[in-house]
Design a protein around this ligand. Structure first.
Ligand SMILES: *Cc1c(COP(=O)(O)O)cnc(C)c1O
Length: 453
């Protein structure tokens, strides 16, 4: 299988090269050149274990990795999750379930993709003998998950930018307490969007990128998206419904990576899937799916920091499909957005989507309500998913994107209970090691070069 850029001005690549490259050299994002039809396989896939299902799905895409090896990489990736099912469904009420995606090593859904991506990078380094410099920007959880997927790996250095003071103290400790010499968490001033902008500039410098073997772990990396499609498929198979029957996934959303991973399945034989895009007060995507207009605004800190984003990098992937897969139209739309203009959704395009928005008060209220009504504690990101939840008989699955134990302050306020996790308790005893850097390409490049051993 080949992968092509949304902007159509970069050569198509195989799977491994796509993973290694991350952002396409024309500034676009990679997408599969064609999507498989899963319909003939769905019956056989019912009841498969999570890693087995992941293998069956991913082998359509990772066609340049020998099957046995791919199988091994996938099995190892999910071995480190707690419990027998990495993505268990929890039934709260008839027709309402929570998909718990926080049983991986860093207690957030990012582990699903980054455990696998870490192994794909290692394979690449082993095969090519070339060192890789992984650069990412994080709104909290990606950094921790990438670091845990890559700590102490020979030939790989990891630089993670995060907005100083805008991620939770435990998220920061998850990044800064690994003790691994190849890990460089970098606090930068401003918001996540500032960090992400600086990161894109570093990638745009092709000479620098080639010199240090730069690769991206942000959700611009297609391997992350594809790895995440698996848990939607796994949950959908557990429901036992027909492909055209409606099923609603409610997805706490920031960069649009997670929800896009689910939506791709509508183009692979599951047309019944519906997606509720749940934002916090940073509501650009809520506004887009309700008014049809995408126009970036400023970012405000919220109780759900991993969603404090107003420039959703995966939006370009959706836009590509909305624009009929025409790279020229994608280029024009992205150029207009870069000039500060807005993007209007083509008529009728929003079909599978609805949206909600929750400010901080609403987040606290939803956490309290869900606790009182179901005796179940949700984290502040998941809480956005419970905002204005439709109860119309359509089977609904709310994605629980992080463990509440990562955000104890908010949970105590809303429920009076303090959620704890032994993994996080152990972190509190360790010495954090972190770095500071300006949120501009030159400063970041200088820092990376200075660490080159
Ligand atoms: C990253 C993250 C999100 C947002 O996911 P996107 O793929 O950026 O939309 C939501 N919740 C948590 C806990 C996260 O870490």
């Amino acid at each position: 299988m080949k992968f092509a850029s949304t902007r159509g001005e970069a050569p198509a690549l195989g799977f491994s090269a796509t993973v290694e490259t991350g952002l396409a050299p024309d500034g676009g994002l990679f997408l599969p050149a064609s999507l498989p039809d899963l319909t003939p396989h769905l019956k056989d896939w019912r009841g498969l274990s999570y890693p087995e299902l992941a293998f069956r799905f991913l082998r359509f895409f990772a066609t340049d990795i020998p099957e046995l090896e791919l199988h091994g990489l996938i099995r190892e990736s999910y071995d480190g999750f707690r419990g027998s099912d990495p993505a268990p469904l929890r039934r709260l009420a008839p027709g309402l379930q929570v998909l718990e995606l926080f049983h991986g090593p860093t207690l957030a859904f990012k582990d699903f993709a980054l455990q696998l991506l870490g192994r794909l990078y290692r394979r690449q380094v082993r095969l090519s003998g070339q060192k890789i410099t992984v650069l990412g920007a994080t709104s909290g959880d990606t950094g921790a998950a990438a670091i845990h997927g890559l700590a102490d790996q020979a030939g790989i250095r990891v630089f993670i930018l995060y907005p100083e003071g805008r991620i939770s103290p435990l998220q920061e400790r998850q990044m800064c307490c690994t003790g691994a010499a190849n890990i460089f968490p970098l606090a930068v001033p401003g918001s996540f969007d500032d960090a992400q902008r600086a990161l894109k500039q570093v990638f745009a410098d092709r000479g620098f990128a080639a010199r240090v073997g730069l690769s991206a772990v942000n959700s611009i990396n297609l391997a992350r998206i594809l790895a995440q499609s698996v848990y939607y498929l796994h949950a959908w198979l557990a429901l036992g419904v027909k492909p055209e029957e409606p099923v609603r996934f409610v997805v706490p959303t920031g960069n649009f990576g997670n929800v896009f991973a689910g939506w791709l399945l509508t183009r692979m034989g599951l047309p019944g899937l519906r997606f509720r895009v749940a934002t916090n007060r940073n509501d650009i995507l809520y506004r887009f799916f309700t008014d049809g207009e995408y126009h970036s605004g400023g970012v405000e800190p919220s109780l759900a920091p991993s969603m404090d984003i107003q420039a959703a990098s995966n939006f370009e992937r959706l836009l590509y499909y909305f624009e009929g897969g025409d790279p020229a139209r994608v280029r024009a739309a992205m150029a207009a957005l870069a000039r500060g203009e807005s993007y209007r959704m083509p008529a009728g395009a929003a079909g599978a989507f609805s949206a909600s928005r929750a400010d901080d008060d609403a987040i606290r209220q939803r956490i309290g309500e869900v606790y009182r009504e179901f005796g179940y504690i949700i984290d502040p990101h998941t809480a956005c998913g419970f905002q204005d939840l439709e109860r119309d008989g359509v089977p609904t699955i709310v994605l629980a994107t992080a463990s509440p134990a990562k955000f104890p302050e908010t949970i105590v306020e809303a429920t009076g209970e303090e959620p704890k996790d032994p993994l996080l308790e152990a972190l509190k005893k360790r010495m954090p090691v972190g770095y500071r850097c300006g949120a501009d390409a030159a400063a970041i490049q200088e820092f990376i070069l200075a660490q080159r051993g």
